[in-house]
Design a protein around this ligand. Structure first.
Ligand code: DGL
Length: 268
């Protein structure tokens, strides 16, 4: 039994889509969320910059005495997971790509898979490598969709601008007869309705968040690290800059009001 909180982080509000799944699967766990709102987006930044940002965030989360870290960001997961695990060997770190790959392997029947993600995730080749390692017949059709991140951060998730952007990015991708599309960025589930409407029912939308939450649960359970809290866990939210939409999006995703506190992340 371990009542310390779980640390979860992302470049901004995207990781809240992972928090939502963690709360569903592990409602009693205490959580500390950090959104790097001062430095979002990560998707177009270099691996060394994103690694430095992630190290600062983990050092901050360590001050909250976290028992494990969930990297609720595909860009960090696909580019920095190995180096972060080496830098912080004392902390169990769960990433989102492997659960995403496993969910996709279950979903695809025709082995033609679409991956939409940030440029950093697409360039890393992390999804493609792991999918092909599991099944060499799988074909991956990739598309970086950087504008989905500011749309999600702005709360423009299903208006005319969002619809046009989805159409512009995904038209070519779905021409490839894909039967599943991986939402390879934790911001993208915020646009899921809009994306789903465009790709149609024939295409399964794979959100790695759910499988990530189950992976976390299994890990905590098998290491006797689940909390013994009787009721709902305590959830704390931190951001690196004031961000007017945080509370609104938090409410939209998690269905309750959460106040985020600002942290000077450069100090860590
Ligand atoms: N939500 C993040 C991801 O899953 C990062 C988006 C960004 O900051 O560009 O990749």
């Amino acid at each position: 039994m371990d009542n310390r909180p779980i640390g979860v982080f992302d470049s901004g509000v995207g990781g809240l889509t992972v928090v939502k799944q963690i709360i569903k699967v592990l409602p009693q766990e205490n959580l500390v969320y950090f959104g790097d709102t001062a430095r979002v987006p990560y998707g177009a930044k270099s691996k060394s910059t994103v690694t430095k940002f992630s190290e600062q965030i983990i050092r901050f989360l360590k001050t909250k005495d976290v028992k494990a870290i969930v990297i609720a960001c595909n860009t960090v997961s696909s580019n920095c997971y190995e180096s972060l695990s080496e830098t912080f060997p004392e902390l169990p770190i769960i990433e989102v790509v492997t659960p995403g790959v496993e969910s996709c392997l279950e979903a695809t029947k025709n082995k033609r898979v679409g991956l939409i993600a940030t440029q950093g995730t697409v360039t890393s080749g992390a999804y493609e490598r792991r999918l092909k390692n599991a099944d060499s017949e799988i074909q991956v059709f990739k598309k970086a969709c950087p504008l989905f991140v500011p749309l999600a951060e702005e709360g423009w998730t299903n208006n005319e601008v969002a619809k046009l952007t989805v159409k512009e990015y995904l038209s070519d991708l779905i021409e490839n007869d894909v039967d599943s599309v991986i939402l390879g960025c934790t911001h993208y589930p915020l646009l899921k309705a809009c994306i789903g409407e465009f790709v149609g029912e024939r295409v399964t939308i794979v959100d790695p968040a759910k499988a990530t939450a189950f992976k976390l649960k299994n890990f905590l359970k098998s290491n006797d690290m689940l909390t013994d809290n009787a009721g709902e866990g305590v959830r704390e939210f931190y951001v690196s800059d004031e961000y007017a939409n945080f509370d609104k999006i938090c409410k939209q995703v998690l269905k309750y009001t959460c106040k985020a506190e600002k942290v000077d992340i450069e100090k860590y």
